[in-house]
Design a protein around this ligand. Sequence first.
Ligand SMILES: [Zn+2]
Length: 190
Amino acid sequence: MLCLTCSAFCFSLLCKNCRDQFLKVKPKIRIVEDLKIYSFYNYQDISLLLNTKYYAIGSRVFSLLAKKANAHFLTTHQEFFKQYIAHGVGIDDDPKKGYSHTGVILHAFRNMITPIYGELQAKNKVKYAGKSLEFRQKNPRGLVYKSGNKNLVIFDDIVTTGLSMLEAKKAIEKGGGNVLFGVVLSDAKK
Ligand SMILES: [Zn+2]
């Protein structure tokens, strides 16, 4: 097959050059209000790969990105997950779309958290990509959490303004859950 980003012939999704260039873990932590959000990749490095979420191949790309992020997180947070029994939810984890990109990320982190698939589905199917902060504030997703009293990690592909993460946190707390922190593949804040 051909490498997804440079079209060189290779035996996996990305050739070795592109793996070395784009799949470098560069961990960051962002605090939004009182929520800690961990991220793993430079947005510029993987923005093209993240766009595959609209296509079938995206499930394999997201799995590759998430597994590498998970391996890194495991080295820094093993002790934490020994102390807590934590569950994980993905923002707008809606498997009706064929596959759910946040579901794929949850699956890659199942050695640390127990995934709850299909949670936090949006009542309003509003698209945020390329929209202003004002638009995002005026059009909340209407996320709903129904899994009750649990310790939770919230997963998403990217964090931009942090509004979706905060909306998810509020929905979980309203439904009786306790949010530990957020995990995303990439922090897209400029
Ligand atoms: Zn390549």
